[in-house]
Design a protein around this ligand. Structure first.
Ligand code: 4AD
Length: 434
């Protein structure tokens, strides 16, 4: 095809009104009235309707247009025309079509398919409008997260994926053989970010984390991405302030830049507009009282189940922060509340609309002696934690941080039912493919 014709992405068409351009992509859908074909072309940047009129093109061009099946790959030349009825605002008047590959029997048709079928075909399902919207929001959030921490003066120090340390208990560890010695896939980069905070003041990691979850729920993946900031000279209060400011910032960026994608998902954005400071802060003791009043079967000392989180958050119109969970249900590194040693200086941010926990964090124990006792109590291997204890031997300071589960955040922001659509290739208890 001619090289003098500009080869552009569909999302750029508004700059080329009245001009002849070349687009390249895949046929998303098509219909024909005999003398006129409407070809929906997608190229990953957007979808445009290409109008192929029998009376206006060479017979071969019309024939090629008629032969195109869903997901066939093509190059199309045509004139960009304004079209106020289309979501894009433009259409293409076809002049030429080059067929690159004719797709036969594409398995995902516009009709409804079962969830398992779609996940078996995840490598193709990624091409659909809804997945495109969700993963574009994921992309925006990743940049929003990095920009937020960059502008707040945090350094990005990624934590290793192979580790000898169980950060979040020993029941969800994926173990592997590391040249004859056992290693685990990381459950959290936190312990390494504590080293980072004591070296750089403010540090964060952002990467995949792994948990051998034994439960099949709509909130659990076995491989998920977590962003974990850690702050030196910070207490629980400052940690909660940071989590709140961070969430407000990233939600507002998605609202600013992703309206089109949120529309595809039919997300009620008025709910996201409510994500403003301050978030209600609820002491664990009070949360238990509220849950009991709501008829939930929970006693003081128990951890919240999904239903408890849903019931509790339904009382509010924005995220809430529950703080000071009992030490017994939190990890060894949580600092005890000096006013009540049964409680820890921990916090969870629970999303509204029943989405439940999206952030977990708190203030860290600073005393070497207390940590040594806790490691022993939790029967963790002492040797593997010696490097971590050095952080309390050499210049120990109050510090705090948290972890946001990226996929949980996307599920809530996009208003989805299940976490599995928020990651390109989900890993769950029953799924390792594609
Ligand atoms: O509350 P968690 O277990 O906290 C930690 O791992 C801390 N070490 C983080 C820190 O303080 N640096 O997990 C943090 C978040 C949860 O709030 C949730 O959003 C997400 O990680 N998460 C999961 N997301 C998807 N699938 C799972 N199986 C998850 N487990 C935790």
């Amino acid at each position: 095809m001619s090289t003098s014709i500009p080869n552009i992405a569909i999302r750029e068409v508004s700059d080329f009104e009245g001009q002849v351009v070349q687009l390249q992509g895949w046929i998303y859908n098509s219909r024909s009235s005999g003398k006129i074909q409407f070809l929906q072309l997608r190229d990953g940047s957007a979808i445009i309707q290409c109008v192929n009129v029998k009376a206006e093109v060479d017979p071969e061009v019309f024939e090629t247009g008629a032969s195109l099946t869903q997901e066939s790959s093509v190059r199309i030349i045509g004139e960009v025309r304004k079209d106020d009825r289309s979501p894009l605002g433009f259409e293409l008047g076809v002049q030429g079509i080059e067929l690159l590959h004719l797709a036969k029997d594409y398995p995902i048709s516009p009709k409804e398919h079962g969830v398992a079928f779609l996940h078996d075909h995840r490598h193709l399902w990624l091409r659909s409008k809804r997945q495109h919207a969700i993963l574009s929001i994921r992309n925006e959030l990743i940049f929003a997260i990095r920009d937020y921490f960059y502008t707040q003066g945090f350094i990005n120090l990624d934590a290793p994926i192979f580790t000898p340390n169980a950060c979040e208990g020993t029941t969800t560890l994926f173990q592997t053989d590391y040249y004859g010695q056992p290693a685990f896939l990381t459950q959290s980069g936190q312990l390494y970010m504590e080293a980072g905070a004591l070296a750089f003041g403010k540090a964060y990691c952002f990467g995949p984390t792994f948990r051998a979850e034994k439960s099949k729920t709509r909130r659990h993946l076995t491989e998920f991405w977590m962003v974990e900031p850690e702050l030196a000279f910070a207490d629980l209060e400052q940690d909660m302030n940071l989590a709140e400011d961070f969430l407000v910032s990233i939600v507002s960026r998605v609202l600013d830049r992703c309206q089109e994608h949120l529309k595809v998902l039919e997300r009620d954005t008025s709910k996201l507009e409510m994500v403003q400071k301050p978030f209600p802060r609820v002491h664990y003791n009070d949360a238990i009282k509220v849950l009991k009043d709501l008829g939930q079967d929970i006693e003081w000392g128990g951890d919240f189940g999904a239903e408890d989180e849903t019931k509790l958050t339904q009382q509010y119109d924005r995220p809430i922060i529950v703080h000071r969970f009992p030490s017994a249900i939190k990890a060894f590194y949580m600092r005890e509340d000096p006013t009540d040693p049964k409680l820890s200086l921990s916090m969870d941010v629970l999303g509204p609309e029943g989405y439940g926990e999206i952030i977990g964090g708190g203030e860290r124990e600073t005393s070497l002696e207390v940590l040594e006792k806790k490691i022993e109590h939790d029967q963790l291997p002492k040797e593997a934690f010696q490097w971590y204890l050095d952080l309390r031997r050499y210049g120990s300071v109050p510090h705090a941080g948290f972890g946001l589960g990226l996929e949980r955040a996307i599920t809530w922001i996009c208003g989805l039912h299940h976490v599995r659509e928020t990651i390109p290739f989900p890993r769950m208890m029953e799924r390792l493919t594609p």
